[in-house]
Design a protein around this ligand. Sequence first.
Ligand code: SPD
Length: 356
Amino acid sequence: MNSLTKVFILVFAVSFGLLFWIGRLNASEGYSGGNTITVYNWGDYIEPKLIKKFEKETGYKVIYQTFDSNEAMLTKIEQGGTTFDIAVPSEYAISKMKEENLLLPIDHSKLPNLKYIDKRFLDLPFDPKNKYSIPYFWGTVGIVYNPDKVDGKITSWNDLWDKNLRNDILLVDGAREVMGFGLNSLGYSLNDVDKKHLREAKEKLDTLTPNVKAIVGDEIKMLMANEEAAVGVVWSGDASEIMYENEKLDYVVPKEGSNLWFDNIVIPKTAKNLEGAHAFINFMLDPKNAAENTDYVGYSTPNVGALKYLGKEVSEDERFYPSPELTEKLEVYRNLGKRNLAYYNELFLEFKMHSK
Ligand code: SPD
């Protein structure tokens, strides 16, 4: 082989290697465009068979990535370098993303299945006219408990401080959720930004630590269903899943009040495949697909078309489909602004350190 051929082979090999690694990097940060769409969703938040079905029906290939909190999702999208076509933030995170100009408007003419969404979930204050977001799931924060392991019924956030629950409580790993119930237990709003109240809530939470067994993510479902703890503070859909696995358990929204939340689908500004993103949203809005998804993940659907397939035992279970009167008494998280959110996160981190 002459030296010119050697140089040619070397240049070819290096270029091929570089292209390969760039391709891998793109894939890991959500490469999309052409025939591919990248979806960024909460863990355990879709029936996997629906992804396959979507790919088969539309010819798009789905790259699927997950997050476990709004804060983690926000940080990743704010940092840039991603090309997610779809993300699923909660309402206060949507307000923040709008404020930071991180979202693209959604073309409703490409979503014929939007008509199946209950009007109650449309045009909410965090996104007037649903310009940037389409309802996916909704729910509450509450207490799932094992009646065999607690004295009497649980009705209040303050029941968590019962001395008999030593090392027997699991908490959802969410700053707004944990700080929120700390505030609610003191009679404050879960959108309170008064630093004195927030510190008071954190100090009260610190006194709960002897009862806290762990602060966990999606594994809370398996742990509660297997009776590894008596009580869990969870999102309603996780409670529904837990109770499906272990019928003995019950779920309550505490009397002092709690959070009503909405997770909506958005198209981040960095999206590369708008056609694919709209096709995905419309597919998820199809009543049969939405019913299959609801049946799998256990959360409450805003899709009235889907409820028909799920049966009355689902739609009439007031623990997971609370009446409009009850939901009016609950509070939706507001976007509290960068500084206040940072303070919530800081106090929650301190609490986590304290409970180790
Ligand atoms: N495992 C999926 C959990 C999704 C829960 N989203 C709730 C957000 C409340 N702010």
